[in-house]
Design a protein around this ligand. Structure first.
Ligand code: AMP
Ligand code: ZN
Ligand code: FE
Ligand code: FE
Length: 293
């Protein structure tokens, strides 16, 4: 059974609608997906409905932007209640900050000689409740300034790029507490990709496990090579963390992240679902397959 616990839709910066994402999972023989849009739960009702229609199991998820010091770290939340406070209002604040920075980025691009209006970005955001740099990238592509998202990031939008503007994020341990407060389980996304490995140390993971009851880490991810995955698998085992995997699928918005390229073992999903249930959260369609995991 192929289980992909990290995917995005056009409700944030993916390119498939939640329904199209679920159809693709059915087509590609991926039995279980978790929709983890950036800082929003808004795609989950549609994904859940499509899951029932197309016979794909959908686990409700989210990918929350957090920081440790100055470093951005992503946190996957599974099974959390979208209406629970204060998580709900904190996410709303982060989405507002995603919008607030758009004019600032456009001003920087203008200084660099590129003419983009806010409407050019909005056109790329149809269906999205969470705005991201990829939407600015798409607007740059539409205007012919760059070939694709990769070039837009490499030239202008990367955190070291000339058009980068930071936005608000939550402190990592606080985000973990908020997800737990919303009855969900927490998995640190791609902990050892470039830029985060020196920050998400074994010591930090250990203390997050002890002091904040961190549930797991994402081991299988396309941007972590086999050696990193082996080390993380080992470390997660020693710390008693659930070890998940997912493709970080973004539709045509990101290459090398095809649906199902990285997967979660059924036993790990079983553990994760049990932790969500123990916290009182929702495991969505996973309920129907618990006996087979
Ligand atoms: P933001 O959410 O505005 O901080 O933008 C970051 C998002 O852009 C991440 O979630 C990535 O999925 C995406 N991203 C980062 N680098 C690239 C790239 N080179 N090509 C396409 N998407 C990217
Ligand atoms: Zn993304
Ligand atoms: Fe991420
Ligand atoms: Fe992601």
């Amino acid at each position: 059974m192929r289980i992909d616990l990290h995917t995005h839709s056009n409700v944030s910066d993916g390119t498939d609608t939640p329904t199209a994402l679920v159809r693709r999972a059915q087509n590609d023989g991926v039995a279980v997906i978790a929709l983890c849009d950036h800082d929003t739960f808004d795609g989950l009702p549609e994904a859940d409905e499509a899951g029932r229609r197309f016979g794909v199991v959908v686990l409700p998820g989210i990918e929350i932007s957090t920081h440790v010091g100055q470093t951005e770290v992503h946190l996957l939340g599974f099974g959390a209640d979208p209406w629970a406070e204060p998580l709900r209002s904190e996410l709303a604040r982060m989405r507002a900050s995603r919008l607030d920075r758009l004019p600032k980025m456009l001003a920087k691009l203008h200084e660099l000689g590129m003419d983009l209006e806010i409407d050019d970005v909005r056109r790329q955001m149809l269906g999205a409740s969470s705005a991201g740099r990829p939407h600015v990238a798409d607007a740059l592509v539409a205007k012919g300034y760059v070939k694709n998202r990769d070039e837009a990031f490499a030239k202008y939008l990367d955190s070291t790029g000339p058009a980068y503007v930071p936005r608000e994020t939550l402190e990592l341990s606080r985000a973990i507490d908020l997800v737990h407060g919303a009855r969900g389980a927490c998995v640190i996304a791609h902990p050892w990709i470039r830029g985060t490995r020196d920050v998400v140390t074994a010591a930090l993971l250990g203390s997050l496990k002890r002091e904040h009851d961190l549930d797991g880490i994402e081991v299988e991810h396309p941007d972590q090579d086999q050696q990193v995955r082996a080390l993380l698998f080992d470390l997660g085992g020693r710390l008693g963390l659930i070890r998940t995997g997912g493709s970080d699928y973004h539709g045509s918005g990101k290459t090398g992240h095809d649906l199902g390229t990285c997967v979660t073992r059924p036993s790990a999903l079983h553990e994760l679902a049990n932790r969500i249930l123990a916290r009182g959260g929702s495991i969505g369609g996973v309920e129907t397959i618990m006996g087979r995991l």
